[in-house]
Design a protein around this ligand. Sequence first.
Ligand SMILES: O=C(O)CCC(=O)C(=O)O
Ligand SMILES: [Fe+2]
Length: 311
Amino acid sequence: MTESNSKSSVVCIPTEEEVFYFDLNGFIVLKGALSDRHIEDCNAIIDKFLNVDPPLRHGEWIGAVHAHTYSGTEGFNLQQIYEAGEPFERLIDHPSWIEKIKHFVGGQVGFDVKHGPLFIDENFASIRGPGDAIGIHSGGHKRTKRTQFRQFNGQFFCGQVDLLIALSDIGPGDGGTMIVPGSHKSNFEHPDLRKYSMGRDGDKLPGADGMPGAQEIFLDAGDVLVFVDALMHGSATRINEGERRICVFRYGASWGNFRHPYYPSDELLERLTQTQKQIVLPQQPIRRTPNRISDYPDPPHATDQDLYRGG
Ligand SMILES: O=C(O)CCC(=O)C(=O)O
Ligand SMILES: [Fe+2]
């Protein structure tokens, strides 16, 4: 593991150590990536969502934010969290990580960046209490294209690079993320996968607690775990009282599409900078004009942008 200290607004490019360890292990940790003030602002917004009366239930919307749970013990998610206010909008292209993410998603010259440098295909806040966890999932042996790890000629070409941003301190008993270092390159299924996997039946803790070869990542609020999604990962079970709070932002190439069928709101798109907008919605359809058939309708959200000519 390597750590870098980047609490300021200086744009941080990946260090040689980060490149080495991201390649070797499939993850790095950025220490102190967010300021205390920024963490407080994000948590204050999450508090408001959690305190609405009656409480938000799975499937309900609050504006453009969607309350979501999986069926088991994975906790409560606020999907499309970048819609929840400026402190979350800033996470889209935060200087502590944006250049590192571009480097690790890679392919920054050529066809992959036809629509821009990146695309966020999922973003959410996750809140977990005692007993909650997510079992182990992913792994290089699956060869999933969407989440793949690839490196060629000194450049990365990864399908999906995840940022897991700690909004609370995550120490022993708090249900830290668990990863199997190097498993983004594995060719064989972990022999104990079934005992620790997501969605399994069983009477033991629902997380990856005690999984051979796995490592629990402890973070202070404001630290960020950066990993290629092909890395085998999950979490330990939260044992302590109180909540574990994180945000997850998943980045891939500009031609990607949303994991869940969400779409950014017009209000968000109006508020964002051009750089942020291109990461949130790299591809926008063009108007069907000029048109030989009069009054032929435009696609939804059509813009006047120049015609895409391929290439
Ligand atoms: O909760 C964690 O620590 C990991 C989350 C995760 O892997 C996921 O949501 O896909
Ligand atoms: Fe995951």
